[in-house]
Design a protein around this ligand. Structure first.
Ligand code: NAD
Length: 312
């Protein structure tokens, strides 16, 4: 039995799909804060058991471990910008939630955790593309700090209680069912005003993107590798795409070629935004993983699928 925290969310629901298609049974624990029950509606109750509840409830988390072999811990606040407004968001939904997951596992004798971390742990890295061995890791967002703290708790559990762990440091993940992020924001802006698209920053921010289908395949590929101790992998693609390029792709996918692009200026979209992230993914690809899509293809796929989901 697989427990997927955040399994009603964007990446989590795709992971549930991949696990069910492999014949695995899945339990989802999600408080539906940003997740949606309809992302799981195509599954039968026999394949996917859904527990609606909060990771901050340690008793519930411990009870949810019953019969579980591996925990895929994805639940978190996904929006870096929220941390600016409510400064304990990531501490609670990231760090404390991860503590509860680990403590619930320890109490119930569950020993395997796969964790969704982020390139945000690297902060403004001066080595590009950034390998897993880069350090010191100095995040500049409260979200990045909570991911790094969660990684530290996981390795502490591994060292102290023998927990086996897989840590995935994601690039920007995009695709159908996305509920946040730059492509989602652009589509919503164009819905309000089809003539103009405002870009936060100067548009030169550059990040690597990975399609969500490739991401969940990569997660399961990494878990399947025979690793001693804690496995740490960057998950992404080899290329980056600029925000201006994304704006052009979204405008084209929307069929709104007349829309003009305006910029708020500055080198980043908001405080805590890292202007350039580019992960070194050699470790993933040399382990035998091949993605279906590069960064730009993933962005285009996401723009097209979200436009047909949300409508314009
Ligand atoms: P998402 O918001 O769609 O998924 C998060 C899920 O967790 C949601 O279903 C939400 O309802 C649930 N959740 C949040 N707090 C909870 C709590 N206290 N108790 C129970 N459930 C809770 O976001 P996503 O993009 O699918 O992100 C999944 C994971 O991947 C997150 O940990 C995120 O930080 C990480 N990540 C995502 C990206 C990306 O580009 N999408 C990049 C790096 C890392």
């Amino acid at each position: 039995m697989h427990l997927v925290t955040g399994g009603a969310g964007f990446i989590g629901s795709h992971l549930v799909d991949a696990l069910v298609s492999r014949g695995e049974s899945v339990r989802v624990l999600d408080n539906l804060s940003s997740g949606r029950i309809e992302f799981l509606k195509h599954h039968s109750d026999r394949d996917v058991e859904v527990v609606v509840g909060d990771l901050l409830d340690l008793d519930l988390v411990s009870r949810s471990m019953d019969g579980v072999d591996v925990v895929h811990h994805l639940a978190a606040n996904p929006d870096i910008r929220l941390g600016i407004e409510v400064t304990d968001t990531d501490l609670k939904q990231g760090t404390l939630a991860t503590y509860n997951v680990l403590e619930g596992m320890r109490k119930s004798g569950v020993s395997k955790i796969s964790f969704s971390s982020s390139s945000a742990v690297y902060g403004e890295a001066n080595e590009m593309p950034t390998p897993e061995s880069y350090g010191p890791t100095l995040p500049i967002s409260l979200y990045g700090a909570s991911k790094l703290a969660s990684e530290a708790l996981i390795t502490a559990w591994a060292g102290t209680f023998g927990t086996r762990a897989w840590i995935h440091r994601f690039a920007n993940i995009v695709g159908p069912r996305g509920t946040h992020g730059v492509i989602y924001d652009f589509i919503h802006k164009l819905r309000k005003d089809p003539t103009a698209l405002e870009v936060l920053g100067d548009g030169r921010q550059e990040k690597s993107y990975m399609g969500v289908a490739d991401t969940v395949e990569a997660m399961l590929h990494v878990i399947g590798l025979d690793h001693e101790g804690t496995a740490l992998y960057n998950l992404g693609t080899h290329q980056t795409v600029s925000v201006t390029k994304i704006a052009k792709i979204v405008i084209e996918a929307a069929g709104l070629q007349e829309a003009g692009i305006t910029y708020t200026g500055g080198d980043r979209g908001w405080a805590g935004d890292v202007p350039k992230t580019w992960l070194n993914v050699d470790k993933l690809y040399s382990s035998g993983f091949q993605p279906e899509m590069n960064s730009e293809e993933a962005v285009r796929w996401c723009a097209e699928s979200l436009i047909s989901e949300i409508g314009l």
